[in-house]
Each structure stands twice: as structure tokens, then as C-alpha cells.
Design a protein around this ligand. Structure first.
Ligand code: DAH
Length: 348
């Protein structure tokens, strides 16, 4: 019997040593749970297995073995508890590390938008004319044939229509305006002289797109009607505009031209800012850059809106906004304006 007792005690001791050895490398709660069931498990745990011999022991041996079992059990349970706490603390640390928020990081910058160069050019031009007493109006991008062409002295089949290849909404009747000039007519239809307006906005032409042509672009129409108005007023007004916009050193050149709704008509060039008129690559060695069309409002146009051409006269002009923006901000490619490329837009 002594043998059996000693054997049992040794087995319990070995079990304790094994269990403690196996515990130390355990890293996860799952592994620890396995260890728990394996050694301390109530059904098939190893300690339980060894305890099952108790009823077969003698009265004297029973308390000895019982004490040993309890001692081993107490050791293992204490170690289990410590290990659980250790793992819990480690898992918490890992979670904190994973979910860490670095409050010292600078915030993300919110990208600030800015005014598009075309809008900016329109604003700059508008401000200059506002100072000269003009009002700023907006027109319709969808127009009728009468206001876009006929009332401007461009009848059906007039060859001038060929210069403005049109996007039709209803062929022959409704169109996307090819110029801002129809607002000359609408303004005069709705008011009496004196008239002083500018009209910035989009225009549409069925153009082949290249470095200087777009199918959608912008114009600023200008119109002044009064009792006393001569070509000298037109020149003075546009010179003032050019000096404010591009600087006092720039000169203007009026080149005789043709527009159906003005007589006489002139295309206006500005002296090249790079070579000061001497001629360089930028101005194609001419010394001049074309900026707008203009002229004295045709008596036929005045009559169409019910103004008496004997009493009233006026001038009109049409500025190409992209052209102005290209000159002012030194942009060599018109498509950049519609491209929405932030690398370009951020520079201005
Ligand atoms: N509407 C003309 C065009 O798009 C530009 C123009 C020329 C407007 C002369 C005018 C003007 O008001 O007087 O080609």
C-alpha cells in the first residue's frame, strides 16, 4: 500500500511540474482555456482523473492524498489566475496600441477652392466697366434665331452665319447662342436710351477644337446707346479698359473689319506686352494681339428695336474672355480652362 501511496504522490507532483512548465509559453486566452480543461477540467481533467482513485484508498492514505490534491489544485488555480490577468493586460495593451489615436498629428487640410480663371477674368473686366457706369446683365444661353441672328442684321441665308456654325435645339428656330450679341437686342427691346450694359456669359459654336478654339467659350458683350456718341467714345472707352486691364503702356490698334450689326466695324488689337510692339514669337512677330470686335451700332439694328437712328447712336463690342485670360495670365492653351486640371487651376 505504501507503494501505491508514493506512486500517487509522485504522479501528482509530476502533474504539477508538467502543468506549470506548459503554462509559461502560453500566449493566448484560447490556449489558456485548453490548458485549464486539460489539467483542472471537472470531467476529464488530469487532476480529476487522479482523484478518482480516492475511494479505493485506505482510511489513513486518503487524507494524505487529498491534501496533496488540494495543494496541487491550489497551485494550479493560482497560476491560472495570474496567467489570465497577465494575458488580459497584454491583450488590452495590444488593443490600445492598435486603436491608438495620435492627437499630436496635424489635422488634414481642407482643400480651399478658388475662383476659376475665366470667372476671375469676367470679374476683372466687369469691374472696369462698372467703374465707367455700365451695368452687368446676364442673358439666355438658349436663344431664338431672331435675337441671335435676324435682329442683328443677319437674315436667314446670310453668309455671316457660316462663321458661327450653330448648335440647333430646334433647327431654324431655337439654338445655343453663338454670341452674346442677342442681349444687345433684348436690352434695347426692354429699355430706352441711355443704355450702358455689359453681358458676360457662355456661347456655343460647333467648332473643331484646337489650342485656340473651344466649342463652349465665353464672351463679354458691351453696348452703349445715347444721343451723342461717336467712334471716339468707343475708342476712349476701350482704351481705358485696356489700360486698366493690361497696364497704361499698352496701345490699341483699330483695324477696319466687318460685322453685320455694326457700321463701321473694327477689330481691336493690343500691343504685345512681351516685346512692346516690336514683334516676337508670342505675337507672331506682328507686335499686336487681337482682343475684341467692335463698331458703331448699325441703324438697321436700332430700327429693329424701335429706336430712331436719327436721334440715337451707340457702340458695341464683344470681348473673347478666353483670349483675355490667355493674355493676362499667360496661358498658351485654351483647353486648360475647361480641363478641370487642378495642377493648372491652382497656379492662378
Ligand atoms: N459677336 C461677335 C462675334 O462673336 C463679336 C462682336 C463684334 C460683338 C462686334 C460686338 C461687336 O458687339 O460690335 O464674333
Amino acid at each position: 500500500m505504501v507503494d501505491q501511496l508514493e506512486q500517487l504522490l509522485t504522479q501528482l507532483e509530476t502533474l504539477r511540474t508538467h502543468a506549470v512548465e506548459e503554462l509559461s509559453p502560453i500566449n493566448t486566452s484560447a490556449e489558456l482555456d485548453e490548458w485549464d480543461t486539460r489539467y483542472l477540467g471537472r470531467n476529464r481533467g488530469e487532476l480529476k482523473n487522479l482523484s478518482s482513485v480516492m475511494p479505493k484508498l485506505s482510511k489513513e492514505d486518503r487524507p494524505v492524498v487529498g491534501q496533496k490534491i488540494n495543494a496541487v489544485k491550489a497551485v494550479l488555480e493560482r497560476q491560472l489566475k495570474e496567467k489570465r490577468e497577465e494575458l488580459k493586460a497584454r491583450e488590452l495593451m495590444l488593443a490600445l496600441e492598435r486603436e491608438r489615436i495620435d492627437v499630436t498629428l496635424p489635422g488634414r487640410t481642407i482643400p480651399a477652392g478658388r475662383v476659376h480663371p475665366i470667372s476671375r477674368a469676367i470679374a476683372e473686366v466687369s469691374n472696369i466697366f462698372l467703374k465707367m457706369g455700365f451695368s452687368v446683365l446676364q442673358g439666355y444661353e438658349v436663344e431664338d434665331d431672331y435675337h441671335n441672328f435676324q435682329a442683328l442684321n443677319i437674315p436667314v441665308d446670310h453668309p455671316a452665319r457660316d462663321m458661327q456654325d450653330t448648335f440647333w435645339v430646334e433647327p431654324g428656330q431655337i439654338l445655343l447662342r453663338t454670341q452674346t450679341s442677342p442681349m444687345q437686342i433684348r436690352t434695347m427691346e426692354q429699355s430706352q436710351p441711355p443704355v450702358r450694359v455689359i453681358v458676360p456669359g457662355k456661347v456655343y459654336r460647333n467648332e473643331d477644337i484646337d489650342a485656340t478654339h473651344e466649342a463652349v467659350f465665353h464672351q463679354i458683350e458691351g453696348l452703349l446707346i445715347d444721343e451723342h456718341c461717336t467712334m471716339a467714345d468707343l475708342k476712349g472707352c476701350l482704351e481705358r479698359f485696356a489700360h486698366e486691364m493690361f497696364g497704361p503702356d499698352r496701345r490699341l490698334r483699330f483695324r477696319s473689319s466687318y460685322f453685320p450689326f455694326t457700321e463701321p466695324s473694327a477689330e481691336v488689337d493690343i500691343s504685345c506686352g512681351l516685346c512692346n510692339g516690336k514683334g516676337c514669337r508670342s505675337c507672331k512677330y506682328s507686335g499686336w494681339l487681337e482682343v475684341l470686335g467692335s463698331g458703331m451700332v448699325h441703324p438697321k439694328v436700332l430700327r429693329k428695336v424701335g429706336y430712331d437712328p436719327e436721334k440715337y447712336r451707340g457702340f458695341a463690342f464683344g470681348i473673347g474672355v478666353e483670349r483675355i485670360a490667355m493674355l493676362k495670365y499667360d496661358v498658351g492653351e485654351i483647353r486648360l480652362f475647361s480641363g478641370n486640371d487642378l495642377r493648372f487651376l491652382r497656379q492662378l
